[in-house]
Design a protein around this ligand. Structure first.
Ligand code: NAD
Length: 231
């Protein structure tokens, strides 16, 4: 299997790189900027790192032409923005949509010819529980993740007849760098609100991705990985 994971240099993506590489997949991961972290993940796992901004269509095309045939695409790269929407600059709004939504458009379109040729493929998108419920001070982020959920369902319908499955994970609070600036007290409160009483790890999400990669009769599904926060 050739598996491509975007945003693999740290956090959830790095855990997915580790898990899929351990299964024996030929893993490529895309990352932006963090050369040192990417090198460390590549050395640890044997995966190949490609520096590429998923929002850049030409860069994504060039990256996929280096990779060749693809079996599994994990659209994990994402950024967040915390603050009142009224104080968000237009450029910040555009950038979060460019990375979180257009990045998926670019990567799916780059991988689809390979899937169509085999009439088989698997796409796993990374949404968020905030894409289901909305979060105050994360309006743009919530909107991008809501878009990821709708995109996942629409693509599952569009690509299913070609043998391509499209699913998403909707993580809850996962302890990665993305949460590094969140007040520890708020993180503790969020953990208490989840029936399982804890926040998640990057590997918790990677394991849910592995399930979706293997579940051959599952498509159009949004799998909560949130300790039961959204039921
Ligand atoms: P993180 O900030 O630790 O890692 C993000 C990764 O994405 C990094 O490898 C970074 O290099 C990469 N990236 C960012 N912009 C990119 C771009 N333009 N092109 C290519 N790569 C880019 O974040 P994380 O917590 O591991 O989040 C991974 C995914 O999970 C994101 O889509 C995020 O929205 C989602 N998510 C995270 C949480 C959480 O609590 N951590 C919860 C729900 C969903």
């Amino acid at each position: 299997m050739t598996t491509v994971i975007t945003g693999g240099s740290r956090g959830i993506g790095a855990a997915a790189v580790e898990l899929f590489a351990k299964r024996g997949d030929r893993v490529f991961f895309l990352y932006e900027k963090e050369h040192e972290a990417a090198r460390a993940v590549a050395e640890k796992t044997g995966a190949r790192a490609i520096c590429c901004d998923v929002a850049d269509a030409q860069g994504v095309k060039a990256a996929f032409s280096q990779i060749g045939d693809v079996d599994i695409l994990v659209n994990n790269a994402g950024i967040c923005y915390y603050g009142l929407m009224s104080q968000m600059a237009e450029s910040q709004w555009d950038r979060i949509f460019d990375v979180n939504v257009k990045g998926i458009f670019n990567c799916v379109n780059a991988a689809t010819p390979s899937f169509l040729q085999k009439q088989r493929g698997c796409i796993i998108n990374v949404a968020s529980m905030w894409g289901r419920t909305g979060a105050s001070c994360e309006a743009a982020y919530s909107a991008t993740k809501g878009a990821v959920i709708a995109l996942t369902k629409a693509l599952a319908k569009e690509l299913g007849p070609s043998g391509i499955r499209v699913n998403a994970v909707a993580p809850g609070v996962i302890l990665t760098d993305m949460c590094a600036n969140v007040d520890p007290e708020i993180l503790a409160e969020l953990a208490e609100e989840a029936p399982l009483g804890r926040n998640g790890s990057a590997m918790d999400v990677a394991k849910a991705m592995e399930y979706l990669a293997d579940a051959q009769f599952v498509t159009g599904h949004i799998l909560n990985v949130d300790g039961g926060y959204v039921i």
